[in-house]
Design a protein around this ligand. Structure first.
Ligand SMILES: Nc1ccn([C@@H]2O[C@H](COP(=O)(O)OP(=O)(O)OP(=O)(O)O)[C@@H](O)[C@H]2O)c(=O)n1
Ligand SMILES: C[C@](O)(CO)[C@H](O)COP(=O)(O)O
Length: 250
């Protein structure tokens, strides 16, 4: 590639990988979490629309439950989505990390910036997505949206016996702690290297980049980007959607 044809960060195309292959055990029995309805629409469709709402995002790769790729393709076909965005569906894996890796492997070469976004965070506002992309375009290899904590956090040691109280061993300084959300944004080469190098299971992609010794920066997250994990989160999600409908005058 000549120097003239090499993309600058500002021109680099952006793809989003949406891991949606989880079962949703903490949500309780039912369909895979991403396929459960919020206000009559599958959670996954809300998440896809939230990412495709960003003018930066040109491709969305949905990582479907391992035996659910055909169902997810039909869902994408059945719901209105922006014309300017391309969509791909690939089957996922046993862990979130494996599902993200499978999504990354499906990315065509022209995408230099990758967002990884949980299907379980269906209501992330577009301004949060854009802020993450802009921070990567400004040169950060890895960016996380993050919020200060409302609760004090304690570190505990294992209880002496199951069911016994856990001894508290430390209280980390709260002002320096953040609750991390998605989409997390990456320079693609950095994220690919992280997934190739880190073999132990981690709960987010940015921590793999930290393990490479590369900088990760935090931008402001949003309270509506919360993760639907337990049954009460569904109640909150429905309330947020009802508030949006009211604000939009529906
Ligand atoms: N094998 C997996 C496990 C999780 N995920 C995705 O990773 C995101 C965050 O995971 P989480 O909220 O933990 O979802 P689940 O694994 O479905 O939840 P649980 O742990 O309660 O089963 C979700 O969008 C989920 O679909 C995935 O793509 N592949
Ligand atoms: C990636 C993540 O959403 C950042 O908070 C989170 O780590 C996912 O965790 P989960 O246990 O897979 O829900």
């Amino acid at each position: 590639m000549s120097d003239e044809s090499r993309s600058t960060p500002a021109q680099t195309s952006v793809a989003a990988v949406i891991p949606a292959a989880g079962r949703g055990v903490r949500l309780g029995p039912g369909a895979p979490k991403a396929l459960r309805a919020l206000s009559g629409t599958p959670m996954l469709i809300h998440a896809v629309r939230a990412l495709a709402a960003s003018r930066h995002v040109a491709l969305v790769v949905v990582v479907a439950p391992p035996d659910g790729a055909a169902e997810v393709k039909s869902l994408l076909d059945a719901h209105a989505l922006p014309d300017r965005t391309d969509f791909l569906v690939v089957p996922g894996g046993e862990s979130r990390q494996e599902s993200v890796r499978l999504g990354l492997e499906a990315l065509p070469p022209q995408y230099g910036i990758v967002l990884v976004h949980d299907a379980a965070r269906p209501l992330v506002p577009v301004d949060t997505v854009d802020a993450v992309v802009e921070a990567v375009r400004d040169g950060a290899p890895a960016v996380v949206p993050a919020l200060p904590l409302a609760d004090t956090v304690k570190e505990v040691a294992p209880a002496a016996e199951a069911g016994e109280p856990e001894p508290v061993v430390a209280t980390p300084e709260r002002s320096r702690l953040r609750a991390v959300q998605t989409p997390q944004g990456f320079d693609r080469a950095t994220l690919v290297r992280a997934h190739e190098s880190v073999t132990e299971n981690v709960t987010d992609d940015a921590s793999m980049v930290e393990q490479l010794g590369l900088p990760v920066v935090a931008v402001p997250g949003h309270e509506e980007a919360f993760k639907v994990t337990r049954p009460l989160d569904l109640v909150l999600a429905e309330a947020v959607l009802a508030r949006r409908r009211l604000n939009d005058g529906f």
